[in-house]
Design a binder for this molecule. Structure first.
Ligand SMILES: NC(=O)c1ccc[n+]([C@@H]2O[C@H](COP(=O)([O-])OP(=O)(O)OC[C@H]3O[C@@H](n4cnc5c(N)ncnc54)[C@H](OP(=O)(O)O)[C@@H]3O)[C@@H](O)[C@H]2O)c1
Length: 318
């Protein structure tokens, strides 16, 4: 049973999601948590991963490690996104199966759904059409992970592997590097810099009309721990985890401008592409078990910006 003394491995514990899972587990009194940084244990190295599972014998695993990034990074490093994510998943799944892990949570991504999915996107849209080309290698790795979870459960007649599919996550420990950040962190940094520089206008890509869903890392962590605790009730399939609320990029930009204190003009560069017009997950299946996100978008952005200001990151890079 998942309890305060269970031995838990949080892979990627310093990342955006992994650090939120750590905070939540520690706050809830879990006290048998094992972690390894990438430098200590490269999860793409199957032999090292196997040796680690053999000696540490974790019972519960949050696989919150991965090669992540926004559109620029996905276009620049497509083979790395495919290779590293597939290798990490494969090494960890095999070791978890071989060494008797009780439950493991794997994270898919909303970009693994077809480009033409209905909105909000239900889980059964998976593998019904082509995905967005710019993130195809990452999406294919995520699809492989979700299919692998089902396949292991079927082959070994177990409920060991659980797949959760978050939409865009944000929060403290996000990546604010403009070359590899996601939209939320990228916008926070750009508005911050514009305020510091006293800029009168800030150019943003597109029309501002596309609508996106954002999930605070603390809510993604609470969904993960809820899934672990309620794993016996889950079926052998993947579950979307989101707020069910979408916001236009223009509304998001105005909210960030207000929180950051930027008073200049926002100029939409309509010669740049918008991407999908709407991307929101249908998370009703997972919420029917009783899980709810708690962090409002405004509070979440404010907390993220405060962390950004306090973090060594903001001071070192800006
Ligand atoms: N962020 C999102 O919006 C989002 C949305 C949907 C799904 N997801 C999925 O959720 C998971 C976590 O994402 P995140 O945003 O929290 O990622 P992140 O902030 O980029 O953190 C990734 C973590 O993975 C670790 N890592 C990377 N390569 C590794 C390797 N070869 N060996 C061992 N550890 C490695 C890093 O370790 P070090 O710190 O030691 O370098 C880091 O802690 C990923 O699977 C991602 O695909 C994320």
């Amino acid at each position: 049973m998942f309890s305060k003394t269970s031995k838990i491995f949080v892979a990627g514990h310093r990342g955006l999601l992994g650090s939120a899972i750590m905070r939540r587990l520690e706050a809830d009194g879990f006290r048998n948590i094992v972690t390894r940084s990438k430098a200590e244990l490269d999860l793409t190295d199957a032999a090292s991963v196997d040796a680690f599972f053999k000696s540490e014998r974790p019972e519960y695993v949050f696989l919150s490690a991965g090669r992540t990034g926004g559109i620029i990074a996905n276009i620049a490093y497509p083979s790395s996104f495919l290779h590293e994510n597939i290798s990490m998943q494969d090494s960890v799944f095999e070791a978890a199966e071989r060494h008797g892990v009780t439950r493991l949570i794997f994270y898919g991504s909303s970009c693994m759904y077809p480009k033409s999915s209905p909105q909000p996107i239900p889980e059964d849209c998976l593998l019904t059409g082509p995905v967005e080309k710019t993130s195809e290698p990452y999406a294919v790795a995520k699809i492989a992970g979700v299919v692998a979870c089902r396949a292991y459960n079927n082959q070994y007649r177990s409920k060991r592997f659980i797949s959760l599919v978050p939409n865009s996550i944000y929060g403290r420990n996000d990546n604010f590097n403009l070359e590899s950040s996601h939209v939320m962190a990228g916008l926070i940094r750009r508005f911050h810099e514009a305020r510091i520089e006293g800029a009168l206008k800030l150019d943003l890509w597109g029309t501002g009309r596309p609508r996106r869903e954002f999930l605070h890392a603390d809510d993604a962590a609470s969904a993960s721990i809820f899934a672990m605790a309620n794993s016996d009730r889950l079926e052998n399939t993947h579950y979307n985890i989101g707020t069910g609320e979408d916001h236009s990029i223009a509304d998001l930009a105005s909210m960030i401008a207000e929180i950051v204190g930027y008073n200049g003009e926002i100029v939409w560069n309509t010669s740049k592409p918008d991407g999908a017009i709407r991307k929101v997950l249908d998370s009703t299946r997972f919420s029917s078990f009783g899980w709810r996100p708690l962090v409002s978008l405004h509070d979440g952005i404010r907390e993220t910006y405060e962390w950004f200001l306090d973090s060594g990151y903001a001071k070192a890079h800006i």
